[in-house]
Ligand binder design. Structure first.
Ligand code: DGL
Length: 211
């Protein structure tokens, strides 16, 4: 018989993001591990994460991690590039018994696949300025040109649903066209909100590889 206040939660994979973006990661977890319980938390009170400083983001992500661990998480997925940029390493240091999975912009496969030698990256300010992205570029993008486009308007579009937003097409065009004009044939969606916009981006910007 459990005592009052005793946690009875089953082991689960905890997944966090600033909003709905991490659901694009959660659906992959469900596809790979359909029977494993998951717990998803979205910090919509502080959305968007992208424009916020690293120290501030770490505070929010640490609080959500503590909640998930208290609720039985045996692994925590930072389903957010901005949160990963700010928190992945400090959280690994702070919770050595919990494995953390973070997001890394898909520059490596894009750099390997490009035929034009130009890779576009759509992302947030926090990710673009984070040390993690710097390391990814230094490691995988030495032979290609990478154009980094910070696209906060796309986070709002994804959160609200592109079809529900007037001028969605203009907003997408504003961010994606400069990448196309610069010759990018690979566009990296380095924010977990953006896969939900892939069809809309393709409709505006044409075929190409979005990853
Ligand atoms: N989904 C997030 C990311 O991958 C955060 C976007 C935001 O809140 O600005 O970066």
């Amino acid at each position: 018989m459990p005592r009052a206040n005793e946690r009875t939660h089953a082991p689960n994979i905890g997944v966090l993001d600033s909003g709905v973006g991490g659901l694009s990661v959660l659906r992959e977890i469900h596809r790979l591990l359909p029977d494993f319980p998951t717990l998803y938390i979205a910090d919509q009170a502080h959305l968007p994460y992208g424009p916020r400083p690293v120290e501030e983001l770490f505070g929010y992500v640490e609080a959500m991690t503590r909640f998930l661990v208290d609720e039985g998480a045996v692994m925590v997925v930072l389903a957010c590039h901005s949160a990963s940029a700010a928190s992945l390493q400090p959280l690994r240091d702070q919770y050595p018994h919990i494995p953390f999975v973070g997001m890394e912009p898909a520059v490596k496969p894009a750099a390997e696949a490009t035929r034009t030698g130009v890779v576009g990256v759509l992302t947030t300010k926090a990710t673009a300025e984070g040390a993690l992205y710097g390391r990814v570029l230094a490691r995988y993008a030495t032979d290609v040109k990478v154009i980094t486009q910070v696209a906060p308007g796309l986070v709002t579009l994804a959160e609200e649903g592109a079809r529900a937003v007037d001028e969605a097409e203009r907003i997408i065009r504003h961010y994606v066209e400069p990448l196309r004009e610069a010759g990018a044939d690979q566009i990296v969606l380095a924010c977990t909100h953006f896969p939900f916009l892939a069809d809309s981006i393709r409709a505006v910007a044409g075929d190409g590889t979005y990853r």
